[in-house]
Design a protein around this ligand. Structure first.
Ligand code: DAT
Ligand code: MG
Length: 140
């Protein structure tokens, strides 16, 4: 398993619930390194690009308006196998089906308000990191 980077975002519901610290703590204690971090209210343009794979889905409009509705904490994790491991720690898309002990399993009920985003592959992570961060914002 090689050293990878993953893009993670605490969504507006996670920030509103005061979960920034709890989520960062889980990843730090696991042993992943935070190599970039910022808080922002995403623009509609950024949200539409981020979720472009879902643009034909019926929930796309709701998804974009939700993710732009307030501050998001965006960060990049680095570590061995971090892309799959970060998703395991997040749980599955529907929080009601996510195991207890996962972030969505512990803190959410609604699929449309599921607290956190994590890249689903190394290729997605590269695309998302480039979309959300400038090269100089990332530690080398
Ligand atoms: P994930 O965030 O687990 O990678 P995804 O990429 O399939 O899930 O979908 C992106 C987000 O879109 C997801 O976190 C929440 C929202 N979403 C997915 N399916 C949905 C649905 N059926 N109804 C409403 N929102 C949905
Ligand atoms: Mg996804």
């Amino acid at each position: 398993m090689s050293v990878e980077r993953s893009f993670i975002a605490v969504k507006p519901d996670g920030v509103a619930k005061g979960l920034i610290g709890e989520i960062l703590k889980r990843y730090e204690q696991k042993g992943f390194r935070v190599v970039a971090l910022k808080q922002l209210v995403p623009t509609k343009e950024l949200a539409e690009k981020h979720y472009e794979e879902h643009k034909e889905r019926p929930f796309f409009g709701e998804l974009v308006s939700f993710i732009t509705s307030g501050p998001v904490v965006a960060f990049v994790l680095e570590g061995k196998g971090v892309v799959a491991a970060a998703r395991l720690m997040i749980g599955v898309t529907n929080p009601l089906l996510s195991n207890p002990g996962t972030i969505r399993g512990d803190y959410a009920i609604e699929v449309s308000k599921n607290i956190i985003h994590g890249s689903d592959s190394v290729a997605s992570a590269e695309r998302e990191i480039a979309l959300w961060f400038k090269t100089e914002e990332l530690l080398q």
